[in-house]
Write a protein that binds this ligand. Structure first.
Ligand code: TRP
Length: 332
């Protein structure tokens, strides 16, 4: 009898203990599964300006469209504010923080992340020329841990627009930063094309945004029109560019809708927000397991004209009807 009781007690205890272990491991497993349910994405934005801010908004919406919204995602966001030293340290941090995918907005940020890791997937956000910037081997087959969204500017169409809006222009000045690979490459392409069409192109590289006002003062006296590539330093100081042109009134043709809205005359552009959405979707694809090496770069290059009519009026330029009709957006 005594033995029976003892056995019963042991049996009950065993059930409690085993059950307890089972229950607690189940709880742990649940917790672990819960943790992997939250996607971890690191984002490094090169600098603050309208276009890159809009791209970041688009990235969040693109991720959300693919199901990574609310408590399903944790975005570890950093902004290097144009500082090369910060790019290096922040890239290392984002790689070390346990993110599953890291995204670089603008060329210098993507380059920083790519040199901080050779295995974590890196997404390029709105990069002018990924091959030229040595971020991927080819657009079709990136080959390593980097892929993303490229936005080569429609330079031919931009030059056509310059011809239509300023038919008397002979000399075009090019304003850009001497530190950005994305600008150097496009300036070369633009110069080649414009010279072929008979224009004289004068290049004005600036080493920092502190030199923009003085460079503009010299440049505006020598050129009939100004072209600006997708340059981050110029974009972040675009108000200075416009202000330094107040007296000279030279038509400015930048390479982003945001810069036209801020006082440029016109351009042929792709939407910055749309570039962000595409980048967000690409990030979602990699989170779901796609391999960057075999994921082709998404090239977004179908631009539409945008015209700032207020600026046109200030400059005394009449927009030809056919140009206005073809415009995707008119800023009044
Ligand atoms: N394409 C730029 C780069 O590769 C980044 C960029 C995207 C940008 N949109 C822009 C720069 C608009 C200036 C203006 O770095």
């Amino acid at each position: 009898m005594k033995n029976k009781n003892l056995l019963a007690t042991i049996a009950v205890l065993a059930v409690v203990v085993v059950g307890g272990i089972f229950f607690s491991t189940k709880k742990d497993m649940k917790k672990e599964a819960g943790q992997t349910d939250v996607a971890k994405v690191g984002v490094l934005q090169f600098v603050t300006h309208e276009a890159l801010d809009e791209i970041y908004r688009g990235i969040q919406d693109g991720l959300a469209e693919e199901g990574f919204a609310g408590d399903k995602i944790n975005i570890d966001f950093m902004n290097s504010e144009g500082d090369q030293g910060k790019i290096a340290t922040m890239s290392k941090q984002l790689v070390a923080n346990g993110n599953q995918v890291v995204v670089g907005i603008a060329t210098p940020a993507a380059q920083g992340l790519a040199s901080a890791t050779s295995d974590l997937p890196v997404v390029m956000g709105a990069i002018t020329d990924p091959v030229g910037a040595k971020l991927v081997k080819s657009l079709e087959k990136p080959g390593a841990n980097v892929t993303g969204v490229a936005c080569p500017q429609p330079i031919g169409q931009q030059l056509e627009l310059i011809k239509k809006l300023t038919p008397k222009a002979k000399t075009i000045g090019v304003l850009y930063s001497s530190n950005e690979d994305n600008s150097k490459l496009n300036v070369e392409k633009f110069t080649e094309l414009a010279e072929k069409e008979g224009y004289t192109v004068l290049a004005y590289p600036v080493p920092s945004s502190n030199e923009i006002a003085s460079t503009m003062a010299v440049m505006t006296s020598k050129v009939d029109a100004i072209w600006v590539p997708q340059d981050n330093a110029i974009a972040s100081a675009f108000k200075t560019v416009v202000a330094s042109n107040k007296e000279a009134k030279v038509p400015i043709f930048p390479s982003a809708d945001t810069m036209v809205k801020e006082g440029g005359l016109a351009s042929v552009v792709v939407s910055q927000y749309g570039l962000g959405v595409s980048t967000g979707k690409m990030t979602a694809k990699l989170l779901k397991g796609a391999k960057p090496a075999e994921t082709p770069v998404d090239v977004v290059d179908q631009g539409a004209p945008i015209i700032n009519k207020k600026v046109a009026a200030e400059l005394g330029i009449t927009i030809p009807e056919e140009v206005e009709k073809a415009a995707g957006e008119i800023v009044e």
